[in-house]
Design a protein around this ligand. Structure first.
Ligand code: ATP
Length: 231
């Protein structure tokens, strides 16, 4: 493990291809950190993204370096290169297991994920097991209207909806309460001021020589330019 965490800390994990990291990822991480009192958000680039096999992906080194540039002035956000050590496709279940084995037992782990990725979670390796190791913070990307998460979860096996409030004085917006998986994990909606940007869109803009200002941090835009990425 290439980062350290003190016992009792609340740690968010944001996995992805990050080809390249963009402002949508940063806003997502900041919303999770601030909304759920996380002490640290660890960005974990996939060495071999399982869902992108056969597609061209920039080298791990370029993607991790861009993450370092993007996170340099963010508080409580770091990059981990832990997935580079493993052979074969980078499955989240293996990463979560490794994190659980190496972090202090008293740490709370939160897997941060966009609603687009969460909607496909049944295609992930051993996806039910993920909920044994971490709670989930699901950010609503523009495709997911408030309350849509409940419909998504209602269609998955193993989840129990939040209990109906018995005392009206304590009522919490039902859309914000967590669902519980039978293996223990809670799934919370995480509200984010969505930034309508994707890495696909950024690569297309770079290919056309268009500006990336306001879509990625300036040092990342400069790195893409200097290294001729996505041309
Ligand atoms: P691509 O367009 O290449 O598929 P991407 O922009 O979706 O990439 P990933 O690296 O695949 O980026 O995403 C990592 C995680 O960040 C996923 O959980 C994804 O849902 C989330 N995410 C990506 N873009 C945004 C955004 N604009 N707002 C909120 N979450 C996002």
């Amino acid at each position: 493990m290439d980062f350290r965490v003190e016992p009792g800390r609340r740690v968010g994990v944001l996995g992805g291809t990050f080809d390249p990291v963009h402002n949508g990822h940063l806003v997502l991480a900041a919303a999770a950190r601030d909304g759920f009192a996380l002490d640290l958000v660890v960005f974990i680039p996939a060495a071999q993204p399982p869902h992108k096999q056969g597609e061209p992906v920039s080298s791990f080194s370029h993607r991790a370096t861009m993450l370092e540039l993007a996170l340099a002035d963010q508080s409580a956000m770091v990059v981990s290169r832990m997935e580079r050590q493993r052979l074969g496709p980078s499955y989240s279940i293996d990463t979560l297991r490794e994190l659980r084995q190496n972090l202090p037992a008293a740490c709370d782990l939160f897997f941060i994920i966009g609603s687009d990725a969460f909607a496909e979670i049944t295609t992930w390796k051993n996806y039910q097991e993920l909920f044994r190791y971490a709670d989930f913070l699901v950010a609503e990307r523009p495709d997911l209207a408030p309350g849509r998460l409940a419909h998504l979860l209602g269609d998955l096996p193993g989840f129990t909806p939040p209990a109906v409030e018995s005392s009206p004085g304590l009522a919490v917006d039902p859309d914000l309460r967590p669902w519980r998986h039978r293996l223990g994990g809670l799934v919370y909606p995480c509200s984010v001021n969505a930034v309508p940007v994707s890495a696909t869109n950024i690569r297309a803009r770079a290919r056309r020589g268009q500006s990336l200002a306001d879509l990625v941090p300036a040092p990342v835009a400069a790195y893409i330019e200097q290294n001729g990425l996505y041309r």
